[in-house]
Design a protein around this ligand. Structure first.
Ligand SMILES: *Cc1c(COP(=O)(O)O)cnc(C)c1O
Length: 428
């Protein structure tokens, strides 16, 4: 494959955009080489500026769960755009998507829309602090909750890919209020509660971690967090920016049958437009301005184009009874295929999967937290990534990311991918 135009476009971009990208992981720094510039995408495929076709396993980092340029979403955006793209006034559309989201997700009465997952998590934390009157939060090493200050403490995703899990620019004061725990380690969390009695406003967690590769919660972990929160008057925040509307209609709350106090959304909920949201039961949501004291706002929040896209996406997911079974079956098929191919080599590996989130770690021991995720052989991953890219398969350019399976992938696409993985893994 040739990447001439991508290389040229990247060189031009680097002159006017820091690192040539508007979000760090896109720059390929973790794997080397030149980022691919996309021209267009349809269904399961990306078409780049050099005319290469790639089977896409990132899908805009999750949102395109039905594939790219899904027609009902595209049409809804076009129709809406003709009527004006922003008003800064309420529209009926906002209530429509709110009603639908509230009906799909368990245990929430009200939802507020924002413009990104970062904003959703940042606002969820502020609300939890306002509601409880406490300052401290617990987050888990390797979990990513967007780039707001409180969360850039041992953060996952791009932050860890570039070795800056703790970013300069975050004040000591802010960092002090973020307590760090190890994923899947209940004792660790219990100790933090005991050392900070009456001070912890919230635990925020990715109920299935997806920003250090895919790491499912071990049995009893989420239940244990729920019990600790109940015992200490602390709110449990599920960051479902990745898992929401992906693992089930009602996200991880539904899948694991565990109630969160506040839920943050992003990615799928916007159908590919910049949308985030946070939701909770009335008692908590009524703490928000204009009816409560906790301030939160946004000029473009509830933007009609974004709401039209999100609404169409949620409608499709809500009305397709088999979608999550289909996604799970396709991803399971891919998992089995990858295992068969890797077993034919001497490579050691661990594959983690929950529903349509899956990741391959080149290490033999179980990957259950950030430490074990970091043990993976990054050199092997780099070669694996570039080998697949040369075969026209696009996975995330970092070992710390999940692959996102879309409903647009056919079994032929999966077979093509598995065959390519077979060829590439023999060269590693
Ligand atoms: C992507 C992500 C975010 C941040 O969302 P943005 O829209 O990129 O700001 C937050 N939490 C999780 C779990 C995510 O995967």
């Amino acid at each position: 494959m040739l990447y001439e135009r991508s290389s040229r476009l990247f060189a031009e971009a680097e002159k006017v955009i820091p690192g040539g990208v508007n979000s760090p992981v896109r720059a390929f720094r973790a794997v080397g080489g030149t980022p691919i510039f996309v021209k267009e995408a349809k269904g399961a495929y990306l078409y780049d500026e050099d005319g290469n076709r790639l089977i896409d396993y990132i899908n805009s980092w999750g949102p395109m769960i039905l594939g790219h340029a899904y027609e009902p979403v595209v049409n809804a955006v076009i129709e809406r755009a003709k009527k004006g793209t922003s008003f800064g006034m309420p529209t009926a559309l906002e209530t429509e998507i709110a009603e639908l989201a509230v009906s799909m997700v368990p245990n929430i009465d009200k939802i507020r829309f924002v413009n990104s997952g970062t904003e959703a998590c940042m606002s969820a934390i502020r609300l939890a602090r306002g509601f409880t009157g406490r300052d401290k939060i617990i987050k888990f090493a390797g979990c990513y909750h967007g780039h707001s200050d409180s969360f850039l403490i041992q953060a996952g995703s791009g932050a860890v890919t570039f070795g800056t899990p703790n970013s300069p620019g975050v004040t000591k004061g802010t960092a002090q209020d973020t307590l760090l725990a190890q994923y899947n380690d209940l004792q660790n969390v219990t100790d933090l509660f005991n050392a900070n009695k009456g001070e912890i406003a919230a635990i925020i967690i990715e109920p299935v971690a997806g920003n250090m590769g895919c790491i499912p919660p071990v049995d009893g972990f989420l239940e244990g967090l729920r019990q600790l929160c109940d015992a200490h008057g602390t709110l449990l925040i599920f960051d479902e920016v990745m898992t929401g509307f992906r693992l089930a209609k009602g996200g991880a709350q539904e899948l694991f049958n565990i109630k969160a106090d506040i839920v943050a959304f992003g990615k799928v909920i916007g159908g590919g437009l910049p949308v985030g949201a946070f939701a909770a039961r009335n008692e908590i949501m009524n703490y928000l301005a204009p009816i409560g004291p906790v301030y939160q706002a946004g000029t473009l929040s509830g933007n009609p184009l974004a709401m039209a896209a999100g609404l169409e996406m949620l409608k499709t997911l809500n009305s397709d009874a088999d979608i999550y079974t289909r996604l799970d079956a396709k991803t399971a098929y891919l998992e089995t295929g990858i295992r068969q191919k890797l077993d034919e080599t001497d490579l050691v590996y661990t594959i983690n999967r929950t529903g349509s989130m899956i990741s391959v770690h080149f290490d033999a021991s179980p990957v259950t937290d950030f430490k074990s995720a970091a043990k993976g052989d990054n050199e092997t991953f780099k070669k694996f990534f570039h080998g697949l890219l040369a075969e026209g398969i696009y996975i995330a350019p970092s070992a710390y990311e999940t692959w996102f399976i879309t409903d647009a992938l056919t079994y032929d696409d999966l077979d093509e991918t598995i065959a390519a993985i077979g060829r590439v893994s023999k060269t590693l």
